[in-house]
Design a protein around this ligand. Structure first.
Ligand SMILES: CC(C)(COP(=O)(O)OP(=O)(O)OC[C@H]1O[C@@H](n2cnc3c(N)ncnc32)[C@H](O)[C@@H]1OP(=O)(O)O)[C@@H](O)C(=O)NCCC(=O)NCCS
Length: 198
């Protein structure tokens, strides 16, 4: 499989079926209406800083990024999108830039499946040394997910983003979290990563 190709959440070839699995396929420009719809859903807006369409177009085209549609369910319908940045980073530090699921698909394990697929992609396909992300302090759901998937808090960028949504006023902090390749390999050895079945 090329690193631009599809990846299933258990690391197997994405042509395999399965109702509870997710797969990631490269985003097409024709997918951007869906991407922007999910990103600007008022229920997601408090947790992210939405991009302009041109930023998404750049991420689809620019090789330092990987922009994927999350597909899930029996028919592998579009369920959200993810963006990696730093895929050509000389320091092998790859960022999980964005992970957003459509509201209807949240709370069913798809986020965890995506994070596992992205870790596999980062460490196996992109040879990352460090896989990192930032998450808003108010986003306790995402923090719990990342912590339970092995990401370690590195520090906080205090009051670095404006609060968004519902006419909110004020600032939130960003929590930087990361996972190193040796930490990931230790999780694989302990059977904590679905990558272990590849
Ligand atoms: C954050 C997000 C990706 C998580 O995906 P998800 O499919 O909803 O989450 P999952 O069902 O995989 O749950 C994973 C873990 O999150 C935590 N979690 C889920 N829902 C939660 C809630 N309502 N409150 C607190 N923690 C919650 C739990 O620890 C859960 O693990 P468990 O099922 O073993 O208890 C998704 O909800 C989303 O897209 N949210 C909006 C955008 C966003 O916040 N993106 C992340 C920006 S950093």
């Amino acid at each position: 499989m090329s690193d631009h190709g599809r990846l299933a959440s258990d690391g197997s070839d994405a042509s395999d079926g399965g109702a509870q699995r997710v797969r990631l396929r490269p985003t097409l420009l024709s997918d951007l209406d869906f991407v922007i719809q999910v990103e600007t859903d008022g229920r997601n807006l408090p947790f992210i800083t939405p991009w302009e369409r041109t930023q998404h177009e750049g991420a689809v085209r620019f090789p330092d990024f990987r922009h994927f549609i999350v597909e899930a369910g029996p028919g592998f319908d579009a369920a959200g999108f993810v963006i990696l940045q730093g895929c050509r980073n000389p320091h092998r530090s790859v960022e999980m830039k964005r992970l957003v699921l459509a509201h209807d698909g949240q709370g069913q394990g798809l986020g965890r499946a995506c994070v596992r697929a992205l870790k596999l992609m980062a460490f196996r396909d992109l040879s990352a040394h460090r896989f990192w992300l930032d998450v808003k302090a108010l986003n306790t759901r995402a923090q719990q997910l990342y912590a339970s998937e092995g990401f370690v808090e590195e520090g906080r960028l205090r009051e670095s983003v404006r609060l968004t949504g519902n006419n909110a006023d004020g600032y939130d902090s960003l929590i930087v979290m990361s996972l190193l390749d040796r930490e990931y390999q230790a999780r694989v050895a302990l059977g904590q990563e679905s990558a272990a079945v590849v």
